[in-house]
Design a protein around this ligand. Sequence first.
Ligand SMILES: *[C@@H]1O[C@H](CO)[C@@H](O)[C@H](O)[C@H]1NC(C)=O
Ligand SMILES: *[C@@H]1O[C@H](CO)[C@@H](O)[C@H](O)[C@H]1NC(C)=O
Ligand SMILES: *[C@@H]1O[C@H](CO)[C@@H](O)[C@H](O)[C@H]1NC(C)=O
Ligand SMILES: *[C@@H]1O[C@H](CO)[C@@H](O)[C@H](O)[C@H]1NC(C)=O
Length: 494
Amino acid sequence: MGIASPLNLSRRIFSFVIITFIFLFLTFFPGLGSCRAEEEARGIKEVSCVLCPRALSQSQGLELGSGIDDVPPYFKTEPVRSQLHLERNRLVLTCMAEGSWPLEFKWIHNGTELTRFSLEYRYLIPSLDRSHAGFYRCIVRNRVGALLQRRTEVQLAFMGSFEEGERAQSVSQGEGAVVPAPRIRSFPQPQVTWYRDGRKIPPSGRIAITLENTLVILSTVAPDAGRYYVQAVNDKNGENKTSQPITLSVENVGGPADPIAPTIIIPPRNTSVVTGTSEVTMECVANARPLIKLGISWRRNGVPVTTGLSDFNRRLTVLSPVASDGGYYECEATLRSSSVPSVSAGAFLHVLEPPQFVKEPERHITAEMEKVVDIPCQARGVPSPDMVWYKDAVAISPVKMPRYRVLAGGSLQVNGLLPDDTGMFQCFARNQAGEVQTNTYLAVTSIAPNITAGPSDSTVIDGMSVILHCQTSGAPRPAITWQKGEIPHRKCQS
Ligand SMILES: *[C@@H]1O[C@H](CO)[C@@H](O)[C@H](O)[C@H]1NC(C)=O
Ligand SMILES: *[C@@H]1O[C@H](CO)[C@@H](O)[C@H](O)[C@H]1NC(C)=O
Ligand SMILES: *[C@@H]1O[C@H](CO)[C@@H](O)[C@H](O)[C@H]1NC(C)=O
Ligand SMILES: *[C@@H]1O[C@H](CO)[C@@H](O)[C@H](O)[C@H]1NC(C)=O
């Protein structure tokens, strides 16, 4: 026993093991495993056989018709929610999935199939144009099942031309002139600068430029008449365009000093914002004469707001909005030290939350044939997300498949399980703020695994062999592992 031969080495490794087992799985006798224990030393105390919960194991080995090592497809990484690109650029979308080979991929744009299943995990657009914008996702499949990828939105930066020619408009002296910016198609919205006679018009107490780039001249006077135009710059592709001029005339009505009661000419608008956005602004532009006495105040759900106000109180900005910032925002325009009534206008701020799972299924679920299984899935978000289920990348229609039922919380119930229900189940939670997905592999077993007869007590003579039996039932046939005392001799899923 001096030199460490391979034999000695293995003896050492197992020196703490009193017996070794030679597994003789009697394949001609389904469900029956037996083991022969060769005694090397004395002191056998307890030998047991245990069932390996194959289909539930953390490793990906699954007991399936097609083979024990089949791994269902799974996503390694998921795509970004949205991506902005320049026209004429090259775009490569990828489907980063793994699982048993061969994996096949298929691409979908706005719900329309772009490709058939192939081994190509990329989708290439050599030169982007506006028709390529929209929602993309891939489907990945192998012989175990199929999965749908979370969608990614492809946006294209572009700017068209101004759609209108010259135009003219008029305003009565003292009233507010509302001059909408000439229309131009652009993504993202362009940065707009107003000009008059070649000079930039900065916002001031009398000039408001709204969130939608409308020029508002308050308490107009005769010299406001003139030719106005805008320059639009798309800050993503750097393009700039200059509009045709708009001629504004100011009509002289009444005396120049008559007071004018406050009116709200640009009321706040219903606004939705997704949590995680850096800020959101509500706006309110009012006119009155004399303008110097006009005051604008804000309330949220009836409570005065004094922070976040700017631009002569015409804007109220909420930084990093969260759900509790939502509510009814109201502005009130008052003419100070006068008896004219004040006016108010309001709108809702909705703070949306993308869906988030609060309950997800295990990666693998095993259920018996003919039984009922609930696949848990629950998500929260604002508004409350819609839950949509897919089996092997095909939407489950409970109308066409009455055995499938989506429960109130979002979980899927499958009644009267059939072997064909085996596959990948995917739960998508969607609302206006986004979508998330989670999935599970459901294995339908015909008969639950059980040990019908374990090894019985045996007494053996030193140096003799013993055969221990372990009889199991179940379909697919359960895996068996042997252990003595607490030490597993053979790990499940080895
Ligand atoms: C795809 O959907 C987007 C967003 O709804 C839309 O802008 C685009 O025009 C659509 N593209 C096609 C080809 O249907
Ligand atoms: C607008 O674009 C032109 C070229 O198309 C460029 O010469 C000019 O400097 C740009 N102006 C601004 C203000 O970016
Ligand atoms: C603003 O939202 C409220 C509540 O969501 C709705 O009742 C109202 O009609 C909306 N107003 C407009 C102009 O869309
Ligand atoms: C498992 O087998 C034992 C022994 O035959 C039996 O008593 C038991 O009821 C079975 N359990 C199940 C869940 O079938």
